[in-house]
Design a protein around this ligand. Sequence first.
Ligand SMILES: [Zn+2]
Length: 411
Amino acid sequence: MTAGALLASPVLVHAETDQDKLNRIQSELQGNQEELQNKQQEKGQIEQDIQALQQKLDELNTAITTNQKELSDTQEAIRKTEEEITRKKEHIAYLQVQIEKRQEVIKQRLQTVQEQPRINLITEVLINAKNLAELLENLYSINLILNSDNDIVKEQVRDQKAVEKETLAVEAKERDLKDYEAKLTAKKQELDINKQQEQQILDELSAKLAQTNAEIESAEEVASLLEAQRQAVQANIAAAERAKQEAIRQQEAAKNNNGTVSAPSPSKPVAPPASNTGGFIKPAAGAFTSGFGPRVVNGKPGFHYGVDIAQGGHVPVVAAAGGIVIKAHYSSSYGNVVYMTHNISGKQYTTVYAHLASMNVSTGQTVSQGQQIGVMGNTGQSYGQHLHFELHVGAWNAAKSNAVNPVPYLR
Ligand SMILES: [Zn+2]
């Protein structure tokens, strides 16, 4: 309900001629078209932004996929390295057992040497040894050499070194992989945050697009309504003109048939636009559940441009006065809605009947007061069955500046 902000308040509405009305509707239509164009432009920009963002998101998703693959590859490598480490550890354990076994052998052999020294060796050593200490020392060394203990010692040293080296190597490899995994994980977090942010912007833009689309839809609705109203006013002018011509023709005919009884005109004069003097009647049975004026809707201050009449069951809705249906259609906000124009004692009025379950009339139709135009319903932005009824003194406009409280007008 923003479209009409650009409209001047039509103070002189009652003094307007039909041509004035037409002109005003025309300029309103023009303003509406400009607004529509602006909205379309705005929409185009948002759609462009969304496209750019979508591309960014696609790139991010690709990066995330690549990172994910690298991460799982690294984790697979870590898993394999850990397997390798397990195998190495098994090997190390095996080597350790070997080392311990050899240690045992070495110890036993030493004991054997000490317990059962070989005679020939001892003889030799005895001859060469300078004292008992040296003799014992030599005995130990010789024993190791002669029993090929040299090899066993070499093996011992080799295995111990291998254990050390292998352990260091796999530990280093594991460390490197874990470092890389940490880096990839950090990168993944960064990408995820980026994606989240982009997604949030995208969501905001999408919401904005939906809002703009709704505004465009409502501007288009206003345009179609103004156009329908323009046609109704034009039809009014044409009908009045035809009625005038008919009156002249009948006058002429009466003059020509001077004195004689004039035959009834064969062609019925075109009825002037529905006009009545009886005021308005309540358009549906039920209680007034919401009055005309400011009210809070969903926590936001708003203005109720009509009154709500509610009653359960099948409730017929009738024309509050005779007139012409400007438009009968479905709108997302009003649901099934009928707009009527009335000419009462030379004054123009517009009535609106919204949220109808069904409609009995169509655009352009002439309807008399009390004639059923639809059934009370709950269509459009409505919460519970009711009739939303508006009365505008003058023409309908997007700003609804002519809306009045209809209750005092009802008899
Ligand atoms: Zn209402």
